[in-house]
Design a protein around this ligand. Structure first.
Ligand SMILES: O=C(O)CCC(=O)C(=O)O
Length: 383
């Protein structure tokens, strides 16, 4: 039987990263089915580590797209999106000093007293959040800042304070640069897909009205986990990103994992000089399922702090989402009902992180085809 490992903490605790109780059962700790490392916490405990699907046994190489090589870029982007929905980008032109400037400004914020940080929250949905992700019961061992960067007027109040001017400046420079990266990657993707015009995809996310969101995540160390074998924490539970594309940069602390098509998980070796691109649900729809949004999660070993910054490129709220006609083969039917980005976001906010949010937008036809396939399989097996 697979060993179960559970870590619980008091999610109402005011100091971030404070484990009030750890409950573990691992191969090492089988005899003690419950090891309480600290005072049991109140009723408000949340399990952060559930038995996870095993990680892939073989060494998987994350596809790399070298943006300085315009000849191979378009096809390698398309291949990575078809195979995995995920790739690493090198030679992206973002200066390392800009990336580390924002990282250090983020860390300055996260090292402020908890009471101070709390004034920038709770995230509804934007602002400072601590352990709770969304409003449907998801939790993780992290704290974060979530920004709506579509309009300068929607920045949270604390950022307008003079003491936040460096963070504000770093954010504005970095997110502008990320907007350019998203636009460039989507144009190269259009080249690779051989669709015209070149901005067929990029125009969705670079408009004034496009829905651009930015997130700074801080996964603090958890000293209570140190020295415990085979134990890790759910920093951010498995999910897909709803938008078109997300661009992630992290410090050199590991933790990010992606799911392969067979459902197994592989760790993404951290690389603070590179950017990582996730295909989002919207791009899956635009390509009629040719690209799949990548399921990912963060598991941390609690030893060192991880900082990640993610730019989410989404369409304008009223944008109707449907497969691009340029990508449809003759007679090909859309796998999805038509919906707007606003409708999708509204629906996504009501779901849990791990839910397949696109399923309610899939067309009946697909379901009945699936049903037919199942019936045929059943027939072959039993008749
Ligand atoms: O922190 C990371 O590396 C990934 C976080 C993530 O997936 C998210 O914020 O949506």
């Amino acid at each position: 039987m697979q060993s179960s490992q559970t870590l619980t903490f008091n999610s109402s605790s005011s100091s971030s990263g404070t484990c009030s109780s750890i409950v573990l059962s691992s191969p090492v700790l089988q005899e003690a089915s419950m090891v309480v490392l600290a005072k049991p916490s109140s009723l408000n405990q949340t399990s952060l580590l559930k038995p996870q699907k095993p990680t892939s046994p073989y060494n998987y190489t994350i596809p790399i797209v070298d943006l300085s090589d315009p000849i191979s870029c378009p096809s390698s982007i398309v291949k990575a999106c078809e195979d995995l929905g995920f790739f690493k980008v090198t030679n992206h032109g973002i200066s390392p000093s800009l990336m580390s400037f924002l990282e250090s400004e983020a860390l300055k914020f996260f090292s402020l007293p908890q009471s101070h940080k709390d004034t920038a929250g709770p995230p509804s949905p934007f602002g400072y959040g601590n352990k709770k992700i969304g409003s449907n019961g998801d939790v993780g061992w992290l704290e974060y800042l979530l920004f709506n960067i579509s309009s300068p007027t929607s920045l949270p109040l604390f950022l307008t304070h003079p003491s936040s001017s460096s963070l504000r400046f770093a954010l504005s420079e970095y997110t502008a640069a990320m907007g350019r990266v998203v636009g460039e990657v989507l144009e190269l993707m259009a080249d690779g897909l051989k669709i015209k015009p070149r901005d067929a995809l990029s125009k969705l996310v670079v408009n004034e009205e496009s829905d651009k969101v930015f997130r700074l995540n801080h996964y603090p160390p958890c000293p209570l986990l140190q020295g415990l074998n085979n134990c890790s924490l759910t920093g951010f539970g498995e999910h897909t990103d709803p938008q078109v594309l997300s661009v992630l940069r992290s410090n050199n602390t590991a933790g990010l994992q992606i799911a392969l098509r067979d459902g197994s998980w592989v760790g993404v070796p951290p690389d603070q000089d590179s950017l990582f691109i996730n295909v989002g649900d919207t791009l899956q729809v635009l390509t009629n399922g040719r690209f799949k949004s990548v399921r990912h999660r963060v598991l941390s070993n609690g030893l060192s702090s991880r900082v990640s910054m993610i730019y989410f490129g989404g369409p304008a709220p009223g944008e109707r989402l449907a497969p691009l006609p340029q990508l449809m083969r003759e007679g090909e039917q859309s796998l999805y009902k038509e919906f707007t980005w606003f409708e999708y976001k509204t629906s996504a906010y009501k779901t849990r992180l791990a839910d397949n949010r696109l399923s309610v937008f899939e067309r009946e036809k697909k379901r009945s085809e699936k049903g037919q396939q199942l019936q045929e399989k059943h027939h072959q097996l039993f008749v």
